[in-house]
Design a protein. Structure first.
Length: 247
């Protein structure tokens, strides 16, 4: 039987739910330790302001989402308004948004970052509804404003820290690698576990890396492609390299 490249390696994932990254790591032989560090919740007002704004969604030229959670919050509301253009920062977010809206998302950047999304949308003017988390970075809104758009950010969901159990904490710290797909997950690690980490700390992109480093975490690898596949490639490269070094 062919030995899979990550056999015997322990990798911590930190998203709120098990997803494609977990499955892909397991397919490569990794022992995946899922330790969710964030919980996705309704906005602080229970979603009242989001519902109010979505009632006027036809008045916008664009609806933009930066995550699958944002896509789930607004997708159904735009289904009846085909004149509103749609944009998503990543392929998975676009799939969720398009599925709920019943049409193809107009803009998905090649490089999955907020700034690349803004550039791909072109220049304003136009009213843009940005559905985002309560802890969202301002990079997207600032870049869209610079390009001449009128931005109306709305909190589509709230990210709350989840404290791991002692057993989860011990397993996470004894692993070979931890991966962060968002700055909020990295912040959750710092808040609930501290700055100690496994030897390999991989992030999905530079924004998440910066968020992690600001909280005192030492990032060792940043995905070249800012998506699940890129993150998987970064982990695979890191752990196969350390395996060779240890021989």
């Amino acid at each position: 039987m062919t030995r899979r490249p990550l056999s015997g390696r322990h990798v911590v994932t930190t998203r709120d739910r098990v997803g494609r990254l977990d499955s892909a790591l397991a397919a490569l032989g990794a022992d995946v330790i899922h330790v969710p560090l964030i919980a996705i919740e309704l906005p602080a007002d229970g979603g009242a302001e989001l519902a109010r704004v979505l009632g006027t969604v036809a008045d916008f030229d664009w609806v933009v989402v930066t995550s699958q959670h944002g896509a789930r919050a607004v997708g159904a509301a735009v289904a009846a308004h085909p004149s509103v253009q749609l944009a998503a920062v990543g392929a998975r977010s676009a799939t969720v948004l398009g599925g709920l809206a019943g049409r193809t998302v107009d803009v998905v950047p090649e490089r999955q970052t907020a700034v690349d999304l803004a550039v791909a949308m072109g220049s304003g003017p136009g009213r843009v509804l940005v559905a985002q988390a309560d802890r969202a970075d301002r990079a997207l809104a600032d870049e869209l404003s610079r390009l001449g758009f009128h931005i109306e950010p709305i909190t589509a969901y709230r990210t709350a820290s989840r404290a791991p159990t002692e057993r989860e904490r011990a397993a996470a710290l004894s692993a070979d690698a931890v991966v962060f797909a968002s700055g909020s997950a990295a912040a959750g690690w710092a808040d609930t576990i501290g700055t100690a980490t496994p030897p390999v700390v991989a992030t999905i992109g530079p924004v998440t890396a910066t968020a992690a480093e600001r909280r005192g975490l030492k990032v060792t690898h940043v995905a070249a492609d800012h998506d699940v596949e890129g993150l998987l490639a970064a982990v695979l490269a890191a752990l196969t390299a350390t395996a060779v070094e240890s021989v």
